[in-house]
Design a protein around this ligand. Structure first.
Ligand code: C5P
Length: 225
């Protein structure tokens, strides 16, 4: 089955690698097909802000997934640096609490307006997809994101339909994507890409693509299942 151009653009590939040669090979192979890469703890710890700059210079949008969880002053000042770096979106744990999230949104918006910067999307992490989680808890955390005016949430594909129905304006980003019958690694709440894309705005996929011998072929297979 041919993959629509639109669905390629809804895939974010997680560059969870510390081998620069491999990263470069994947980025080159997927160039022209996808628009966004996710830089998480592994690549950011190894390469620092440079990897963000490099991806941006090649025309990609960068999703910086460092899952911030700290007191407001620390998170807000870190978020301002992310804005100066020009990241497309970044993540915070919704467990930060409603007041901290409201303050983050307000301060970052003012900072970006004053400095004529594009405000990155703030995405709230509900429950990690590597753990079992109750829908009730995920929805409770999602309500914090909505009340604080965040742009979206990270949740598993299994909760995505419920979030979509209750919070139609929030962007939903779902990791935990696996080919039917394939290894789930440490992920617990998984689904196929086509199920997730019925509800999510974007899906995030790492190992099934970055560990594949032919990443582009893996992308096409994942998006057609
Ligand atoms: O390799 P895999 O496809 O499991 O990668 C999923 C990516 O999404 C990883 O980079 C992981 O850190 C991230 N993530 C997740 N679950 C969340 C939030 C982010 O798996 N709730």
């Amino acid at each position: 089955m041919a993959v629509s151009k639109k669905n390629f653009k809804r895939l974010i590939v997680a560059l969870d690698l510390e081998d620069k040669k491999k990263i470069n090979k994947i980025v080159k192979e997927l160039s022209g097909y996808i628009d966004r890469f996710k830089v998480g703890l592994i690549a950011y710890t190894k390469f620092g802000p440079q990897i963000v700059t490099q991806l941006k210079s090649k025309g990609f949008k960068v999703f910086l997934d460092l899952k911030l969880l700290d007191i407001p002053n620390t998170v807000i000042n870190t978020a301002k640096i992310f804005a100066k770096m020009g990241v497309w979106a970044f993540t915070v744990h919704l467990k930060m609490g409603e007041n901290s999230l409201i303050l983050l949104k307000k301060e970052l918006t003012t900072f970006c307006r004053k400095n004529e910067l594009r405000k990155p999307f703030i995405l709230g992490v509900t429950e990690l997809t590597s753990e079992k989680a109750s829908l009730k808890n995920v929805l409770k955390l999602t309500s914090l994101a909505s009340q604080a005016g965040l742009e979206g949430v990270i949740a598993s594909p299994q909760e995505a339909p419920f979030i979509r129905r209750k919070y139609p304006k929030l962007k939903i980003i779902t990791p935990g994507i696996r080919l039917p019958g394939c290894r789930e690694d440490d992920q617990k709440r998984v689904s196929s890409a086509s199920f997730a894309l019925n509800y999510a705005d974007f899906i995030v996929v790492g190992r099934p693509i970055i560990k594949a011998r032919h990443p582009l072929a893996a992308v096409k297979k994942i998006l057609s299942c």
